[in-house]
Ligand binder design. Sequence first.
Ligand SMILES: Cc1cc2nc3c(=O)[nH]c(=O)nc-3n(C[C@H](O)[C@H](O)[C@H](O)COP(=O)(O)OP(=O)(O)OC[C@H]3O[C@@H](n4cnc5c(N)ncnc54)[C@H](O)[C@@H]3O)c2cc1C
Length: 487
Amino acid sequence: MTDTFDFVVVGGGSGGCAVASRLSEDPGTSVALLEAGGECNNWVVTSPGAMILMIAGKVNNWAFDTVPQAGLNGRIGYQPRGKGLGGSSAITAMVYIRGHRSDYDQWASLGNTGWSYADVLPYFKRSEDNSELDGEYHGKGGPLHVTGLRSDNPVRDIYLQAAREAQFRIREDFNAEEQEGLGTYQVTQNNGERWSAARGYIHPFMATRANLRVETQAQATRILFEGKRAVGVEYRQGKNVRQIRARREVILSSGAFQSPQLLMLSGVGDGAALAKHGIATTHHLPGVGQNLQDHPDFVFGFTSDAPYFAGLSFAGIARIFKGIAQYRRERRGPMTSNIAECGGFLKTRPDLEVPDIQLHFCMAMVNDHGRKPRWGTGFSCHVCLLRPKSRGSVWLQSTDPMRRRRSIRTSSAKMPISMSWSRASRRPGGCLTRPRSKRCRPRTCSPKASKPTKIFAKFCASALTPSIIRSAPARWASMRWRWSIRS
Ligand SMILES: Cc1cc2nc3c(=O)[nH]c(=O)nc-3n(C[C@H](O)[C@H](O)[C@H](O)COP(=O)(O)OP(=O)(O)OC[C@H]3O[C@@H](n4cnc5c(N)ncnc54)[C@H](O)[C@@H]3O)c2cc1C
């Protein structure tokens, strides 16, 4: 017999956990949550320092690859995505950041009623249990713990001091009236442990709410339709193929790549493209999988033997072991670090209304999501473009949902970001290399191969003067952006 629930939620990630939990608060409403991965309630998820085991590999991670990108010299990109209850919130850097208020207002202006900043703020507040901040923009008592870091890394103060000397605005709270400025990030942690969406919204209720059924290792393969009405989901669990019915709604929360994938597998998408795969069209909706947006991120890595950074060196490894012991004793110290401890939001031109780049200052040399470790300790500065103009798309490579090599592509447009990016690249370096930050002793800078970064490294090396780095890697100005993803 097929089980029937009021709501069937597909994907137990950040969104799916919240929606399944809130719906099932009413004991009269039955909810089923299907999640392709596991429960994600062990130390690999809860210990912030174990993040590298997930982001760089396949533990709780779909670990998608892009198809080769003509616009990036044929490079294959990497797209980690969380797999398991909590979804990507189980593998993230835990930085607690909301969108800029203008993002929500723009969504509302496009006709999305209920999505303006004024509309969503009460929900942010309701979700939050912020141990440090209160008032107009923050909440207490919600399921999502938000707090300051317990890593006790003195580099945070050095960073702030350098930022002040460089005359950047210091921001205590990035989720309040204004976002622009540099500071230290709040994180989704509780008592030094990662607080994923599952820990806040689902784990506490799995055994206590009779009206909530959570199925893990359950991958949805098809939405079931009666006419154009979604009435249930077919899913694979181990070797079994099962069906589950929804009296009221099927809610897709399988992430930016896999929600469109599931729609297309179910015949919802561009009819002609679906026909090429032999999929009968249930509903011709050409927008499915289109308009994919991603934010490119450039990393400047610096080696440093200052004793504050993670990495592979004899001293670095000794610090990791010491850190593990401290974490087990006190839930404090370097193993509670989210690595991206500081950063902020900047405008690359004064005439911009909202910041267009985000910086992450990482207490390790994070090269290609940690997939290219190198010997030595150091730090890295990430420059992330927040509002790229490039748009892409997601499409099917296979009709077999269980096949790992499914295909997702974002197509290209000329990259109008490049000038702002090159402007942006001066700023984190300029901040880092001020006299006081000599305590961090940056030595070499990676990636080494390209001429622009060699120029940048040269400036970093000669950074005993407080001058702001002036050279911009001009070659980026003509860079083109082409991006596609394969798993
Ligand atoms: C490495 C990394 C670091 C990040 N760092 C931060 C950060 O520091 N701060 C921040 O604010 N944001 C961060 N993000 C972004 C943030 O995690 C995501 O924006 C957010 O989690 C997306 O939520 P979601 O519910 O849309 O998708 P996800 O949380 O990705 O959830 C999708 C879920 O659906 C499941 N699923 C997929 N297909 C199926 C299927 N067919 N059947 C059943 N289940 C399925 C997946 O297994 C997954 O659990 C980071 C993301 C990544 C990948």
